[in-house]
Write a protein that binds this ligand. Structure first.
Ligand code: ADP
Length: 472
């Protein structure tokens, strides 16, 4: 079933509440009016009863009942207050009953002696009446009295009131419904504008934004937030597009090199040594391409969030010692002075063994790549507070100030030709930074051009030493 629009739902709710309010208000007013009108009649009845009491009190206490009947007849039979009057003596004997009550007997018993008067409504011949019933004391006798009065005015006023109420309530409701719908449409019209502009945005025009609202309310906040979100999506799109373009470019270079090498080799027949040399070139380019593809895959996996790290307590000192072993041989071959200072034992961190190795490899690989022969490279591990600090320092050319903040960007290389000649594509530090961030750590670089570069990796250590450390 199709849901009603917010505007319509708001109007219906508004109507329901308004109608309920009208019912409560109308019923309340009707009851108050009724109460006040009957109060007026009751006041009149009380005044008449007071007169009657005075009259009874003025009778001699020892006067006979017959005498009293005569007196009452004389005083009330032709007078208006006697039209709806009934008086009984203490013993129940009737003293007076008006002609009207003879025809329309009252069936209500008056309250016993000492009790408050009671008021009752009665209808005779389709006319409303109000009666006051009480037992009163006068001249040391007690009498039960029923004194009545017609209540046509009250009934008429109440009927009229109800008529106008029922006449105007639906009209008011109609006006309220129209007003409510108009108001809700007006309040929600910016939503339509937002929907319209949102429909026009797609992957090809992500620089467009939703209509800017200046309503200063929730809708403006919504449009601002959606626009900020669009900004982030656009930036992410651009990053992906840039990454794809850079990756294709990087992949094209080795592939065309392999092709050229093969074409040249096949152009004419060559000796075995020449073929071997060509194949060696092809092999080294193929290895470089494989490494590049691996790095691209690692970054793509990290972007998609599918790269899951195997986090467990690992001893950083053990990992670094094993990494250093591999690089010591390279240092000898490349005639570099390589020192490792891993005094800090049992530096346990929550981490992925393979990924942490990769970080150390990236930093050492760069240091070895960019440091000229006879230069020096050092790696150290220190514990400071609750952190483990890995420092990789070299005596290479260093990095210029303006490049320092950019070397962690993907495909960024200070000197493209040189970096490529040394096998770099500009992804190593981007991968290292991602891994360190996943370990809730940080990676920073300091360098004075011409005086080498120093990379610091900070990783949070585990509070308590782990009894059975994983072998690194
Ligand atoms: P690459 O694979 O090109 O080394 P990286 O992401 O590891 O890519 O490094 C990015 C760039 O930062 C390198 O191309 C290089 O210009 C610069 N760089 C990194 N480490 C060093 C270093 N130790 N000394 C000098 N330059 C460095």
């Amino acid at each position: 079933m199709k849901k009603l629009s917010i505007g319509l739902r708001l109007t219906l709710w508004y109507l329901a509440i308004f109608a309920l309010g009208q019912i409560v208000f109308g019923a309340g007013m009707w009851l108050i009016l009724r109460h006040n009108l009957y109060d007026l009649i009751d006041d009149g009845l009380e005044a008449q009863v007071d007169d009657l009491k005075n009259f009874l009190a003025s009778q001699k206490p020892d006067a006979s009942l017959a005498k009293l009947k005569e007196e009452v007849d004389e005083a009330y039979a032709i007078e208006h207050p006697g039209d709806y009057l009934e008086i009984h003596a203490e013993n129940g004997e009737l003293i007076y009953r008006s002609a009207f009550l003879k025809e329309h007997p009252l069936t209500v018993a008056p309250p016993p002696r000492g009790h408050e008067a009671i008021f009752r409504n009665r209808r005779f011949d389709h006319r409303p009446f109000r009666f006051m019933l009480l037992t009163l004391e006068a001249s040391s006798h007690s009498y039960t009295i029923a004194m009545g009065a017609p209540a046509d005015d009250v009934a008429e006023t109440l009927t009229l009131f109800r008529f106008y109420l029922l006449l105007f309530a639906p009209l008011l409701l109609l006006v309220a419904a129209g007003g409510g719908y108009w108001l809700s449409r007006r309040a929600l019209s910016p939503v339509d504008a937002l929907v319209q502009s949102a429909r026009e945005i797609s992957g090809t025009n992500l620089s467009r934004r939703l209509q800017k609202l200046s309503t200063g309310d929730e809708l403006q906040r919504l449009s601002d937030t959606l626009n900020e979100m669009l900004g982030r999506i656009e930036a992410a799109f651009q990053r992906i597009a840039q990454f794809t373009a850079d990756a294709s470019h990087e992949l094209r270079t080795p592939v065309s090199l392999i092709r050229t090498e093969a074409e040249l080799a096949l152009r004419r027949s060559r000796g075995e040594d020449e073929y071997k040399e060509s194949l060696r070139h092809i092999l080294s380019e193929a290895e470089r391409t494989t490494a590049l593809i691996e790095q691209l895959l690692a970054l793509a996996r990290s972007d998609s969030g599918h790269e899951t790290l195997q986090m467990q307590p690992v001893d950083l000192s053990a990992i670094l010692r094993s990494v250093v072993n591999g690089w010591t041989q390279v240092a000898t071959i490349r005639n570099l002075q390589f020192t490792a200072n891993i005094d800090a034992h049992d530096s346990f961190v929550m981490g992925d063994d393979g990924m942490l190795r990769r970080v150390a490899d990236v930093l050492l690989d760069n240091a070895f790549k960019y440091t000229p022969l006879s230069g020096s490279v050092s790696l150290s591990l220190e514990k400071k507070g609750e952190s483990a600090w890995i420092t990789v320092q070299d005596s290479g050319p260093g990095i210029a100030e303006q490049d320092l903040s950019r070397i962690f960007e993907r495909f960024y290389r200070v000197d493209k030709a040189r970096s490529r000649a040394q096998g770099g594509v500009g992804l190593g530090l981007a991968i290292a930074e991602w891994i360190v961030t996943q370990h809730r750590g940080s990676i920073t670089v300091k360098s004075v051009p011409g005086h080498g570069a120093t990379f610091h990796v900070q990783l949070p250590m585990l509070a308590a030493p782990v009894p059975n450390p994983q072998p690194a």
